[in-house]
Design a protein around this ligand. Structure first.
Ligand code: SF4
Length: 376
């Protein structure tokens, strides 16, 4: 296949769904790991196409969602300093901290700038030698190489006024944490296509072997997700627990070696806090000692920040596949994308935001068609 539309062909989708129906003999719970996969599943209603035996639950792979609230508050405190130009990707600007979002911080006079690459910050740092330029480095292994490259270049160029506020997390420890939980329901994973484009899938092989769980590295289009589901169900039905690669057009076992080397050159593994989940040991990156002069956490010493998540929010259980957004009493009422209360509503890739965007808050309370018509 050459064009993206071919990965959305409804006749092929129906054939795959029919094959899933013929294959499945008992209930199975599968988790898609990436927020982008969740978004596609909800957008195209793929979970509604599957037979009732196959349940899809939504994993922790939305990078904006899992960035902890105290880290967002820390970003705001740094951005408010008069000597700082605070740079971020656009999607972090509307994520609320304890007291508003970065748009509000900017409206109050702070120098907050949207960039498309952390490397853009180096130009900003060069042009503003009297300012400290800080980039908010969040996300999974996908964004880590470019962030690492920016610091490596800054050090090579002697740009002392550039630093990273790092909140990087890694997918495999979060999957291990889910599987180790006594409450775990997940029996198979649709593995994270984007992350594996960087990291390959070697590091998932011990997880599959140790926990006897199939992991099928899967893409993001509807046919990718249905095929990944079929491959996972086939493994489960035949008692296999292997790594398979549905997304072979983009993923190799070894991944992008130069990108991995750049990550290893600049970062070291650290315990990280995940919003909605808590601290997962050795689940993220921090800057290594060699790059300490570019570590915003160290430079600005904001101190400890106490935050409190709303008690009503069940996003931690959603991110671990224990519940779905519709089971939250605040979903679509107190909590919407305009007034997000928790991790899985703050980003468009979050499960609650995806359910809301595609009208699933309307389904529970009345006639769907009438309500959508009234809403648009
Ligand atoms: S709907 Fe809002 S409050 Fe409920 S789980 Fe999702 S993010 Fe949390």
């Amino acid at each position: 296949m050459k064009y993206v539309d071919e990965y959305r062909d409804d006749r092929v989708a129906k054939k795959i769904v029919d094959e899933i129906r013929r294959t499945v003999t008992r209930p199975w719970v599968l988790m898609e790991v990436c927020g982008g996969q969740t978004h596609s599943i909800v957008r195209y209603g793929l979970d509604y196409l599957l037979p009732p035996e196959v349940e899809l639950v939504h994993g922790p792979g939305c990078p904006v969602c899992v960035t902890p609230l105290d880290m967002i508050d820390r970003a705001h405190a740094i951005a408010r300093r008069p000597d700082v130009i605070f740079c971020s990707f656009g999607d972090m600007l509307r994520v609320p901290g304890s007291d508003g979002d970065l748009f509000r911080v900017k409206a109050e006079g702070a120098k907050v700038q949207v960039v498309y690459s952390p490397l853009d910050c180096l130009k900003i740092a060069r042009a503003n030698p009297d300012k400290k330029v800080v980039f908010f480095a969040i996300g999974f292994e996908t964004t880590a190489p470019a962030n690492a490259m920016s610091v490596w270049q800054a050090k090579a160029l002697g740009l002392k006024n550039f630093s990273l506020l790092v909140s990087h997390v890694m997918v495999p420890p979060s999957m291990t944490g889910i599987l180790q939980s006594p409450l775990n329901r997940v029996q198979g994973f649709l593995g994270p296509g984007h992350v594996c484009a960087v990291m390959g899938y070697r590091e998932y092989e011990p997880i599959a072997a140790r926990y006897r769980v199939p992991i099928v590295i899967t893409g993001f289009e509807p046919l990718d997700l249905l095929q990944g589901t079929l491959m996972t169900i086939r493994q489960l039905e035949t008692g296999r627990a292997e790594i398979e690669n549905q997304y072979a057009r983009a993923i190799t076992r070894d991944g992008n070696i130069p990108a991995q080397k750049m990550i290893a050159r600049v970062f070291e593994i650290a315990d990280r806090s995940w919003r909605g989940i808590g601290i997962i040991p050795k689940s993220g990156y921090k800057l290594s000692y060699e790059f300490r002069d570019h570590d915003a956490d160290r430079i600005f010493e904001v101190g400890s920040i106490r935050t409190k998540e709303p008690e009503i929010c069940i996003s931690g259980q959603i991110l671990r596949g224990l519940k779905k957004p519709g089971q939250c009493p605040a979903f679509g009422t107190l909590c919407t994308p305009q007034t997000p209360l928790g991790a899985t509503m703050v980003s468009a890739e979050g499960a609650c935001a995806a359910y809301y965007t595609y009208g699933r808050h309307l389904r529970a309370t009345g006639d769907l068609v009438e309500q959508i018509a009234a809403a648009v």
